[in-house]
Write a protein that binds this ligand. Sequence first.
Ligand SMILES: Nc1ncnc2c1ncn2[C@@H]1O[C@H](COP(=O)(O)OP(=O)(O)O)[C@@H](O)[C@H]1O
Ligand SMILES: [Mg+2]
Length: 317
Amino acid sequence: DRVVVMKQGEIVDSGPAAQVMTAPTHEYTRKLIAAAPRLSAHERRTASTQARIEFGGEPIVRVSELTKVFPLPKGEGERRSLTAVDAVSLEVRRGETLAVVGESGSGKSTLARLVLRLEEPTSGSISFAGEDITHLKGEKLRQLRRRFQMVYQSPFDSLNPRMTIEQLITEPLLSFGEGDRSSRSKRAVELSEQVALPDGMLGRFPDELSGGQRQRVAIARALALDPEFLVLDEAVSALDVSVQAQILALLDELQRERELSYLFITHDLGVVAETADRVAVLKHGKLVECGDAAQIFTAPQEEYTRMLIEAVPAFSA
Ligand SMILES: Nc1ncnc2c1ncn2[C@@H]1O[C@H](COP(=O)(O)OP(=O)(O)O)[C@@H](O)[C@H]1O
Ligand SMILES: [Mg+2]
């Protein structure tokens, strides 16, 4: 009913919610409101990024009829298995961001893990840059891991707390035997600059960094081997809106500079509007709708998609 806005320990704005949201008195409140993801952002996004995407060519990733069935432990009722991903077919074009949306439990993370070959599919196929990788094993699979990387939701869980930021960023280089100590150190500095980490962070440990800084470290680490394709699984979902907006801007900039393709997983349609070129909608493991972001937001074909869109908080400011 009422909102109190705090900045650096002090109240800078307060009042009835409608008043603070529509007529904020403090610049900081205006910034926070402006940083919140908006559905209308898809218009700006599509206008500015269509030129970058490679249409018609071989997509970087193509999955066909991909299915993952998990056996369920006995005693969980009648069902013996759960189909987490159910005959999903889609592709990611070079240079684009394909968002995968759906409620919690709809199969988004399982799909991501299948695409990156972190999970074995029950059936169906995955190809990467024109090569069938469904059954790739051993050294060939390992070499592929240079070319695609994953960024997770919670950088606190995915970053080893006992390693310094420099060690974390350069670990992929070390594990692929790239460079020597001094060249890796140099690379850590370059990467930390590219993700706009403040100076002096490289010797620190993850728990000495803010959430946004930790996510920058996770992104730097994912970029260390110069991949072509990134899977971002709820990578900004745990961040507050102003930090979220900064990370989204960083991802956008990196995409342009490096011609990266993203599979961007999120439950937040507002974030999708800010980042996606195309959108795939998952429900109970099935792909119910897939199309250009503009089409999904202005003319969703499925009731389920409409429901997800309506769940996004709207701002009048
Ligand atoms: N290793 C697993 N074993 C059994 N069930 C799993 C496993 N991983 C995921 N699931 C189930 O698969 C479904 C999809 O999960 P997930 O892909 O994590 O969904 P999302 O990322 O969309 O929240 C859920 O019902 C989940 O409980
Ligand atoms: Mg998930």
